[in-house]
Design a protein around this ligand. Structure first.
Ligand code: 4FV
Length: 250
């Protein structure tokens, strides 16, 4: 994985990815905030080719499904060997797949508190069930659709989690009041010019009255959430007071 990023003692999080397509990860995690977090030693990210834990000359990682049927299934042996080689006491093993619990900002906050996470990227029809039963601590899905492999889900989740690492976003303020941070969609943003093609910026934002601005933003966030994602408002009602940052139960 290019470029070589230092792994400092102050590294707040270590992530290992197990995939059949390590080359997929070149690019998205080498730019912007994730690259900066890696350079600053906030994130120690390593992408591994699962075939490195095979022992036959064909580097076999899949086989035909018992009971017949189309497609191939990922064998348990390479996955168990790889995870056991990478995992420590407090490592959290996450399998990525459509059967997983929905990934969300709340789950991103949960994962950002972990010291070490290993992501298992599925391929083909999926992994042998014994991986889910006996190896993975958790299973996450990024959405109800079927992808070719778990690489993109891993990158999506690593991006969302890295932004939440202390110091990753520069002023930590910006992670606090964004979409889903209070379970609501974000208020509208405007920047110069104050008028563009006849479209004006709301006066309240030009008045400098911070209390007025905060009130307007809060009402906009609620209104927008009610219009576009009323389900989020119900979720909010179900939330125990004080948000959902419960420390992860091992
Ligand atoms: C997926 C998802 C996903 C299913 C078969 C990989 C593919 C192949 N992963 N959220 N949606 N995975 O579609 O996480 O194994």
């Amino acid at each position: 994985m290019t470029p070589p990023f230092p792994t400092g003692p102050k590294c707040s999080m270590k992530i290992d990815v197990l995939t059949l397509f390590p080359e997929m990860f070149a690019g998205p995690l080498d730019v912007s905030i994730v690259a900066r977090a890696r350079k600053a030693g906030l994130l120690d990210l390593r992408v591994h080719n699962l075939r490195d834990w095979t022992h036959d000359r064909h580097k076999t990682v899949d086989d035909r499904p018992f009971g017949g049927g189309a497609g191939m299934v990922m064998k348990p042996e390479p996955l168990f060997e790889a995870v056991e080689a990478l995992a420590g006491e407090r490592t959290h093993i996450v399998l990525l797949g459509p059967a997983g619990r929905p990934f969300s900002q709340a789950v991103a906050r949960e994962l950002a508190q972990r010291e070490h996470v290993v992501f298992i990227c599925g391929s083909y029809e999926g992994v042998d069930e014994r991986v889910r039963e006996a190896l993975a601590d958790d299973e996450l899905s990024i959405g109800d659709y079927v992808l070719t492999n778990g690489g993109l889900p891993a990158m999506v989740i690593i991006d969302a989690v890295t932004r939440l690492l202390p110091g990753a976003l520069g002023d930590d303020q910006s992670a606090a009041d964004e979409s889903f941070s209070h379970g609501l969609l974000e208020y509208p943003h405007y920047t110069r010019p104050a008028e563009f093609r006849g479209m004006k910026v709301p006066d309240v934002l030009l008045g400098g009255h911070h209390a007025e601005i905060e009130k307007w933003r809060a009402s906009q966030a609620k209104q927008r959430t009610a219009e576009r994602r009323p389900d989020l408002l119900n979720e909010q009602l179900e939330q125990p007071r004080g948000g959902d940052d419960q420390p992860p139960q091992n």
